[in-house]
Ligand binder design. Sequence first.
Ligand code: NAD
Length: 444
Amino acid sequence: MRAIEHFIGGQSVAGTSGRHGEVFDPNRGGVQARVSLASSAELDHAVANAAIAQKEWAQVNPQRRARVMFEFKRLLELHMDDLARLLSSEHGKVVSDAKGDLQRGLEVIEFACAIPHLLKGEYTQGAGPGIDVYSARQPLGVVAGITPFNFPAMIPMWMFGPAIACGNAFILKPSERDPSVPVRLAELMIEAGLPPGVLNVVHGDKDTVEAILRHPTIKAVSFVGSSDIAQSVYAHGAQHGKRVQAMGGAKNHGIVLADADLDQTVADLIGAAYGSAGERCMALPVVVPVGQATADALRDKLVVAIQGLRIGPSTDPQAHYGPVINAAHRSRIEAYLQLGVDEGAELVLDGRGFSLPGHEDGFFLGPSLFDHVTADMKTYHEEIFGPVLQIVRAETFDDALALASRHQYGNGVAIFTRNGEAAREFADRGEVRMVGINVPLPVP
Ligand code: NAD
């Protein structure tokens, strides 16, 4: 069976902890690879290596660091197809979505290419009598990133691109569920001219994350994942004196006003709710039509559109979405569907029991639609992270706005309307701060 190993000091390093994770094949079911899970001694080794490499890397001037980023960008573009296929084979998102994942990461690398300008400091003349003051942006040293399964290319690049361009060394602990693309990205960084040891991939699980949070040499941690774990990473990292940024889960709302172009809205909602099988932090799993007539018309159109969705293996270029990441996650989504029924929501379309001919063991799930979901339901409050759309009916614009603003997991929000004044008011008064106006996935 294929083994996925750590990448430390510019080379593949076989795990020695004796602990492994299983990487599934979401299209066919079953295990396709085993990934080594690092012990704290293995992490120590990677960090020690990174600390040495960082000292020299910090001395490389920003223009030369930017050149590595430019070359990495070129290599990413050159290898885009292979990377997308590899990503898709472990994650299950269709290849076009996998390219989007890579493309979004690439845009952050393009940002990092501007590092000579972005690193400029400031100068204050006469801060005190005879005293001028200047500020400079300096690297921290060794920093770490812990990333989720759902964007195995974009999120690692969000983190390591800017950190490395700034002169830091990086320890990436990617999701153990789809770890191959992060390793390929690190290999390409070396090919682009990055000195060995500046970017390291250490695979692992909870134990490895805890070792990262305790490690005295690691100065800062960036985390993206589910909210409970984000909170714990934030607290433990801070306890150990680190700078921490931790981003958690999401439950984004799409508000539909009576004057919206319903056909366009439905097309947008379908892509945003079911694309990538709903496994996106910026998915729109909740739609809030305002007024009963809007709700009824929207529901009818949604049902027709959802019934036309094509679910297929991630390699199928015609498929709207592929399998979910693994069987455990599928069971979790199915449990939420049952809970929604038990809580009294109307399950208009039930995706359970879906089977794809030729891929019967794959982790597929049909699309589901709930209507009459209410704000007191657990299935409304929690993140389902699957191909499930919930209709929550609102009487007024203010009710819809308040609902979206109150939700604990408001990451982004969207409004569908032709009324410019309402759109502006929504953007100004709402408390969720990534706002789409007739844009379903407001990802800046
Ligand atoms: P997850 O929280 O299960 O895992 C994230 C990372 O934490 C992984 O690297 C994992 O190995 C590690 N981890 C798992 N259990 C841990 C524990 N007990 N202690 C410490 N570390 C642990 O998240 P996931 O299922 O991989 O990703 C999906 C989640 O990420 C969703 O909640 C989604 O909304 C969220 N997400 C948020 C954003 C954002 O920008 N806010 C972006 C993408 C994904």
